[in-house]
Design a protein around this ligand. Structure first.
Ligand code: ADP
Ligand code: MG
Length: 714
């Protein structure tokens, strides 16, 4: 990969780009002051930067409607009419400007809260204007807030003009760089004869993907003549944007795989085959089979596996982990499985011990609460190689835990562990073991391709057969009696119930009080000895927690009142009702995780979301989404839409906020295409030496230059 860094870049390419590298101040309409302001406000410094400031929407200036139409449209539209007198109201701080606008179908009020002075000085009441805006209902008055107004002179209306709308800031607007001002600067750049836009994608690729040339795309995105122009231009530019992000990620991955060699697991031997043929308790789903093939391929490739396995709650990741461990054992290696909580580690230990019960394999469990003497036994068995699989919490990471020959490390719920903790697992053998990280936190494909683009991603996108969707309902707190009635009915049918309270770190005391109050009112309604209730929260000693948990697992208690400690991994198939209190305080992904605790048995399961009576519109959408779908990926997408990628777990450091045109939610297909294309190219021409890949190689050199520390990032 380093090779081509030393190869000279052809001079002509540099000449071509020089106009784009020019400072903006030399462009008509910009000038020094505006150029400085553009740099400060939007980070736009060069002509090239300006051209990459793409419009975020277009106004069709050929469509003119009446005010009556605009009123019923509930969207932005354009109306031609007369501007009425303007009236300034309020004090200095809370100044506003009102006006009116009239056409043959009636009048409407206009209102400005910002830019009052500028509007007042520049608008000319009594004249004909083209208004662009949306009718809103403000303080029970219909009006248009902050309309765009353009004066019509000589009755001349530009025909068929798709006006680009650019994002700008208040400061820029005050300096004349409203969207319109930016449009003018860009016009001036585009009409310059020396405008040369270098092609950044190989010709053969553009032809096969039917993408317009870069120069045409740039011109069309700013000055489209038709909707088709916009579509083609944005398709081309989005592809390019995503293509180069993927190139960066995949180069990084390649670099790592060259520098870190891995163990080669050539054999699929007795352990795997015997288990697969004789003891597999169910037929694997197609998705599980596919993932297993992907894992096997990695493990015998000679490079270290770094694979993320995504699968919704209940999709069956554990069996995949167990089978992968068997391959390691078949090749004379040990495996470890690390889980974030004692409860979860314990459950893995139990499940996997049962699965592999007939296999003569030695498995043990190591957590913080294992006593010193047992601990020493485990350490010894691990170091001598007698132990095949060690399951545990982060206790596994401690330096005294050494393996004879660790070949595979599996991490469940990887987002609960930091990068540093994962790195410790790497050091458990002279050569790093293969790494399989598993997560039930669904991340939309687009996001995982960008976030984890340097890992290989496998997805179990299919649930085992026979699962019934959990029925979800949203009830307000004032329906408490109905909820109790429902609980009673379910218990009479032999079911068990979870009641979960939110836990927020900052207010532990308050949360505990909520939980205790809830517990008391449930205990009054469901008294002993007829009913038994378990309670589990983060302040209890682990031993007490386990005791309470076990009573519920064994069916001795009917109701489990808990904080979110039960969120991860607990498996009680007879529990078929999940009641989530103050559900508005949970994010979508957490609600989905909690709901995943039920629906594991043969019975119809239910999830009740109890919320405050009054809800924000966002909370309402969360509840609605939960009631409408059980699909974790669908939910993750809504979540992404609501919160934006910046707020999703781990995305802060990922540097993907800089997307200019592509949208991680709506451009999934383009992204997938871009990624596949990059993979094909790197496969055919890993050093990008072929003539036809010159543009790609040039960009790769740029990328490498800016990322000197890549090889040290894991
Ligand atoms: P998760 O992906 O949430 O870790 P688990 O591995 O705990 O899911 O599996 C959930 C349940 O589904 C377990 O009871 C497991 O035995 C069962 N299961 C897994 N795979 C299959 C399958 N192919 N057919 C039937 N049941 C399965
Ligand atoms: Mg699991």
């Amino acid at each position: 990969m380093r090779l081509f860094l030393f190869l000279p870049i052809q001079g002509s390419l540099l000449v071509l780009t020089s106009f784009l590298n020019n400072s903006l101040e030399f462009i008509k309409g910009a000038g020094t002051v505006k150029a400085e302001l553009l740099a400060a406000e939007l980070g736009i410094r060069t002509v090239g930067d300006m051209l990459e400031h793409y419009p975020f929407r277009y106004v069709d200036r050929s469509q003119i409607m009446t005010l009556a139409d605009l009123r019923s449209l509930n969207d932005f539209g354009q109306v031609r009419g007369i501007l009425g007198p303007l009236r300034e109201e309020g004090t200095n701080v809370k100044k506003r400007l009102r006006g009116s606008f009239t056409d043959s179908t009636g009048s409407i009020e206009l209102i400005w809260f910002k830019g009052v002075k500028w509007m007042k000085e520049n608008l000319l009441p009594g004249n004909e204007y083209m208004l662009y805006g949306k009718v809103t209902n403000f303080m029970s008055n219909l009006n248009v807030v902050h309309p765009e107004l353009e004066r019509i002179i000589d009755s001349r209306i530009p025909q068929g003009y798709l006006q680009p709308i650019y994002s700008t800031t208040e400061k820029l607007t005050k300096r004349g760089l409203s969207s319109k001002g930016i449009e003018k600067i860009i016009e001036n750049i585009i009409s310059r004869p020396e405008l040369a836009v270098e092609e950044t994608l190989p010709d053969y690729l553009r032809e096969s993907l039917v993408l317009v040339p870069k120069k045409k795309a740039i011109i069309d995105i700013h000055r489209p003549k038709s909707q088709a122009d916009i579509n083609q231009a944005s398709r081309r530019l989005k592809f390019e944007e995503l293509f180069y992000i993927q190139l960066e990620l995949l180069l990084k991955k390649e670099l790592r795989s060259k520098q870190v060699s891995g163990f080669t697991f050539e054999n699929v031997g007795d352990y795997f085959n015997t288990f697969y043929e004789k003891h597999l308790p169910f037929e694997l789903t197609n998705a599980q089979k596919r993932v297993l093939r992907e894992v096997r391929r990695d493990m015998k490739s000679g490079t270290q596996m770094n694979r993320l396995l995504q699968g919704d709650v209940g999709s069956g990741k554990t069996i995949v982990a167990a089978l992968a461990a068997l391959i390691a054992i078949d090749n004379g290696f040990q495996a470890c499985i690390m889980a974030p909580t004692e409860i979860l580690a314990g459950q893995h230990y139990q499940t996997i011990s049962e699965l592999l019960g007939e296999m003569n394999i030695k498995i043990d469990l190591l957590t913080g609460s294992v006593k010193t003497k047992r601990r020493r036994e485990i350490d010894e068995a691990c170091t001598s190689g007698e132990l095949h699989i060690l399951i545990g919490t982060h206790a596994l990471l401690e330096d005294k835990v050494t393996f004879k020959n660790l070949g595979l490390a599996i991490i469940d719920e990887q987002h609960r562990f930091g990068v540093a903790q994962r790195a410790k697992l790497w050091k458990k053998n002279t050569r790093p073991p293969h790494i399989l990280v598993m997560t039930a936190t669904p991340i939309p494909r687009t996001l995982s391709m960008t976030l984890y683009g340097d890992l290989d991603v496998s997805v179990i996108d299919e649930l085992p057969p026979g699962r019934k969707d959990v029925q979800t309902m949203h009830v307000k707190d004032n329906a408490r009696l109905r909820i109790f009635g429902f609980m009673e009915d379910q218990i009479r049918r032999g079911r068990q119930i979870y009641v979960v309270y939110p836990l927020i770190e900052e207010s532990k005391v308050l949360d505990l009080k909520d939980l205790m109050d809830g517990y008391e009112s449930i205990a009054r309604r469901f008294p002993t000895p007829k009913y038994q209730i378990s309670i589990v929260h983060g302040r209890m000693k682990p031993a007490d927690k386990d005791f309470e948990m076990n009573r519920f697992v064994k069916g001795e208690t009917q109701i489990m009142v808990a904080t979110t400690v039960i969120e991860v991994g607990v498996n009680v198939p007879n529990a078929s009702v999940m009641i989530i209190e103050s559900a508005q305080r949970f994010g979508l992904s957490q609600l989905h995780q909690l709901r995943g605790r039920v629906g594991r048995g043969a019975e119809q399961s239910y999830c009740v979301l109890a919320t405050d009576v009054k809800l924000s519109s966002e909370a309402r959408l969360r509840m609605k989404t939960m009631c409408e779908t059980n699909d974790g990926f669908r939910i993750a997408e809504v979540d992404l839409n609501l919160r934006g990628p910046g707020d999703l777990m781990g995305t802060q450091q990922s540097g993907i906020v800089g997307l200019k045109l592509a949208d991680l939610v709506t451009d999934v297909k383009v992204l997938q295409y871009a990624r596949n294309t990059v993979m094909d190219i790197l496969e055919e021409d890993p050093n990008l030496k072929l003539e036809k890949h010159l543009p790609v190689r040039k960009k790769a050199i740029d990328i490498m230059k800016n990322k000197p520390n890549w090889s040290r990032i894991s």
